[in-house]
Design a binder for this molecule. Structure first.
Ligand code: F6R
Length: 238
């Protein structure tokens, strides 16, 4: 992986926005893989400032909670509409979230894989990383070849995401997530991490052994990875 250590999350967002801008200039209907959570926000902010025409860009979210009522403001479908699609001017019909076809859960994974394949695959996959080392919601133990499927969130991830909910009890326990195999099929991976809390996961992902125990380490199997981190998240790199 190419590791870029930046002075601030804003600087990271600008670097990421440069990659997106170049991609979309070459391919106006590029396919973006979308992460949620706090980490990609500086990228979305930087893209908003550039006022690009992203109306033909297609998007695939990494993951979605299971069990929230339709339209719940913390469902990733709602989060992506609010934080990405509306402010960046993407076309809502061109942005998909796992399970959004409303079919049975056990078919949702295969349907999502088909939709990604029919779009020609993901050009640029934006990633954050969890303290457990997850990318998407592929928690430790996820097969390196996994595809989109139902997973159980770890207690640590539920605690980390409780900041978005009134109480821990309301954080869903299950999700649909792209697999590590799905993520590895994207043509370019763009992983961001900010803050001390991510330092150990970043060291494992970038320098540790490739292992299902730290799913982010799967990025080492990919030929084109850009890791953009601040000093704190880089602090355990050798
Ligand atoms: C979100 C996702 C997760 C997050 C990770 C980091 O779609 O797939 O892997 O990227 O949990 O979350 P934040 O950025 O909130 O620290």
């Amino acid at each position: 992986a190419e590791v870029v250590i930046v002075g601030s999350a804003d600087e990271a967002g600008e670097l990421g926005a440069e990659l997106v801008q170049r991609l979309v200039a070459a391919r106006p209907d590029a396919v973006l893989g979308l992460a949620t959570g706090s980490t990609p926000l500086p990228l979305w902010q930087a893209l908003i400032r550039r006022r690009l025409d992203l109306s033909r860009v297609r998007g695939f979210a990494l993951d979605e909670y299971i069990g929230l009522p339709t339209g719940h403001p913390e469902s990733y479908r709602a989060v992506i509409a609010r934080e990405v699609v509306e402010p960046l001017g993407l076309t809502p019909e061109l942005v998909r979230v796992p399970g959004d076809d409303g079919g049975p859960l056990e078919l949702a994974g295969a349907a999502y894989e088909r939709a990604i394949a029919e779009a020609g695959g993901v050009d640029l996959q934006v990633l954050g990383i969890g303290r457990t080392g997850h990318i998407g919601f592929n928690e430790p133990g996820s097969s390196l070849a996994s595809t989109t499927r139902v997973k159980t969130l770890t207690e640590q991830t539920r605690v980390d995401n409780a900041r978005f909910f009134p109480s821990l009890d309301e954080v869903p326990r299950h999700c649909l997530t792209q697999g590590l195999g799905t993520i590895l099929r994207a043509r370019h991976l763009l992983l961001f991490a900010f803050g001390e809390a991510k330092a150990s996961a970043i060291a494992g992902a970038v320098e540790g052994p490739v292992t299902a125990s730290l799913p982010g380490s799967a990025i080492q199997l990919h030929p084109l990875v850009t890791v953009i981190v601040d000093e704190a998240a880089a602090s355990q790199l050798r």
